[in-house]
Design a protein around this ligand. Structure first.
Ligand SMILES: [Zn+2]
Length: 378
C-alpha cells in the first residue's frame, strides 16, 4: 500500500486560480482533500503543479502510428506522450479504407476499455478533397450517415469525435447522427462557406478541427468557415501551437474571439513526435520529417506535427504571452469537458484522478504523475 503524498510549496493551478505555496494531496490513484498522518511530503517550491494534459487529436509518437501500429507500438506511442505530460489521450485515425478503419476501431476500443485511451477520433474519410491535407484522396468519401454509423458502431461506444467536411452530401445528416449518439461532430478539412458552416453548427457540430489549417482563409466578401467558427460560442476550436501551423497573431485572434474556455490545444502529432527526423508513413502516405516539420514526400503538404503538449504549454506562456491559467484551461480542462471526462480528469480537485505535471520556472517538465504514479519523478 503506497503512502499518501503531499506535494507542497509549489504554485498550484486550480479551476479557481493559481495558489502560491499550494498543496496537492495524493492518496492512492486519486487527489484527496486531506492528508493522513503518515503522508510523506515532497517539497516542490520553485515549481508549478498543473493538471495532466488532455490531447484530443493525436496520430502517434515515439516512432509509432495510432492508425496502423501494433498494440505494443500504440502503447509505446501513448507512453511517449505521457512522458511529455499528456495523461489523457484520444488517438486519431487518418483516412483509410472503411474496412480497415472498422477493424482498427475494434482494436482501439479494447485499449479504451483498459483505460489506456479516452476514446477514438476519426479524422477521415469524410473530408473535402479540396482540403485534404495529408489524407489519401483516393480513399475520401462523402459523409453518408450509414458509413458514419458503421464507424461509430465499430468503436463500441468509444468513438469520441468524427471530423467531417459538413458541406459534402450527407454532411448535415451526419452531424445530427453524431450529436444524437453523443459523439463530437468536428468541422474540418472543409471547403464550406460561412453559411454552410453556420448550418452545421445549428445541426450540432461543436468543435473546429485545427482551426485555420485545412480550410479556406478569412475573406471580407467570403468570410468562410473561420468567421463562423470563431464567432459562435457553441464551438470550441482546436489549435496546433507549434509555431509552424499557426502564426502567433492567428492564435491570439482565436483566444480573443473564443475566450480561454473555448480553445483546445492539440498536437495533431504523427509518429516522429518525441522520436526524431526521418521518413515515416502517415496512414498510406509517405512523410519526410526535417527539422521537426513533417511534410508529405509528394506535394509537400504539412503532414501533422511533431509537437508534444509540454512544448505547446511552454510556447503558450513564453512566446504567446498567455496567462498560465488560460493555458491550463486550453490544454486540460476544456478538452476534458468536451470529451465528457471532466468528472475524473482535467483539473486538480479532490476525488479526481491524480494526473498532474510538475513544471520548473522555465516551464520544462520535471515530473509527470498518472493515477497517482510518477512516470517522471521530480
Ligand atoms: Zn490530424
Amino acid at each position: 500500500m503506497a503512502t499518501a503524498k503531499v506535494l507542497a510549496g509549489a504554485r498550484v493551478v486550480l479551476p479557481t486560480g493559481t495558489v502560491t505555496d499550494g498543496r496537492v494531496i495524493v492518496d492512492g490513484t486519486r487527489i484527496a482533500g486531506s492528508a493522513p498522518a503518515d503522508a510523506e511530503t515532497l517539497d516542490l517550491s520553485g515549481h508549478w503543479v498543473v493538471p495532466g494534459f488532455v490531447d484530443m487529436h493525436n496520430h502517434g509518437g515515439g516512432g509509432a502510428s495510432f492508425t496502423s501500429g501494433t498494440v505494443d507500438e500504440i502503447l509505446k506511442g501513448i507512453h511517449t506522450h505521457r512522458l511529455h505530460g499528456t495523461t489523457t489521450i484520444v488517438p486519431s485515425f487518418v483516412t483509410g479504407d472503411m474496412d480497415f478503419l472498422v477493424q482498427r476501431a475494434g482494436l482501439l476500443s479494447e485499449l479504451a476499455e483498459q483505460g489506456e485511451i479516452a476514446g477514438i477520433h476519426f479524422e477521415g474519410p469524410f473530408i473535402s478533397p479540396c482540403r485534404k491535407g495529408a489524407h489519401d484522396e483516393t480513399l475520401l468519401r462523402d459523409p453518408d450517415p450509414a458509413d458514419v454509423r458503421k464507424l461509430i458502431d465499430a468503436a463500441r461506444g468509444r468513438a469520441k469525435m468524427v471530423t467531417l467536411a459538413t458541406e459534402l452530401p450527407g454532411g448535415i445528416d451526419s452531424v445530427r447522427l453524431l450529436a444524437e449518439h453523443g459523439v463530437i461532430a468536428a468541422i474540418g478539412h472543409t471547403d464550406a462557406t460561412y453559411e454552410q458552416t453556420v448550418e452545421a453548427i445549428d445541426a450540432g457540430a461543436t468543435v473546429a478541427t485545427h482551426l485555420f489549417n485545412a480550410m479556406p482563409g478569412l475573406g471580407h466578401r467570403a468570410p468562410g468557415p473561420i468567421a463562423a467558427l470563431l464567432e459562435d460560442e457553441r464551438i470550441t476550436v482546436e489549435l496546433i501551437n507549434d509555431g509552424t501551423h499557426l502564426h502567433p497573431a492567428a492564435l491570439e485572434l482565436a483566444f480573443h474571439h473564443k475566450g480561454a474556455d473555448r480553445v483546445a490545444f492539440i498536437t495533431d502529432a504523427m509518429d516522429a513526435a518525441g522520436f526524431g527526423d526521418g521518413r515515416y508513413m502517415l496512414g498510406p502516405m509517405e512523410v519526410e520529417v526535417k527539422d521537426s516539420v513533417a511534410r508529405l514526400v509528394e506535394g509537400g503538404s504539412i503532414a501533422g506535427s511533431t509537437l508534444t503538449l509540454d512544448r505547446a504549454f511552454k510556447r503558450g506562456v513564453t512566446v504567446d504571452g498567455l496567462p498560465v491559467d488560460d493555458v491550463v484551461r486550453a490544454i486540460s480542462a476544456n478538452p476534458a469537458r468536451l470529451l465528457g471526462v471532466y468528472d475524473t480528469v482535467g483539473s486538480l480537485e479532490p476525488g479526481k484522478d491524480a494526473d498532474l505535471v510538475v513544471l520548473d520556472e522555465e516551464f520544462e517538465v520535471k515530473g509527470v504523475m498518472r493515477k497517482g504514479e510518477w512516470l517522471v519523478a521530480p
